[in-house]
Design a protein. Structure first.
Length: 107
């Protein structure tokens, strides 16, 4: 049975040889926190937390957790378009530019 392919390992568009944009970005982003892990508390107050990018303090309602890396970001460090932090947005933009260049090369 060594000559047969295992189920779930077929060569399709979503396979490892041709990953989609989300998979490529996800592979390039380092996970800093697990999803649902709380932000760091501010030692000088009881109800404020640190933004992982700019290190400013905000109430818990003023921070959002990035869906890719898990960092907690304030409104100035946040990209609402993709619901990710500005750090991951830079990586995403590089991948989008790379995709545009590949599209131009095919033409």
């Amino acid at each position: 049975m060594l000559w047969k392919k295992r189920p779930g390992r077929s060569e399709t568009k979503g396979s490892r040889k041709d990953p989609d944009l989300f998979s490529r970005v996800r592979n390039d982003v380092t996970v800093m926190r697990k999803q649902g892990e709380p932000p760091e508390k501010d030692a000088s107050s009881f109800s404020r937390f640190h933004c992982d990018l700019c290190n400013s303090t905000y109430p818990s309602t003023g921070l959002k957790q990035c869906t890719l890396c898990g960092r907690w970001a304030c409104s100035t460090c946040w990209t609402q378009d993709y619901y990710i932090c500005n750090s991951c947005n830079g990586i995403l933009k590089l991948h989008l530019l790379q995709g545009q260049e590949k599209g131009r090369a095919k033409e």
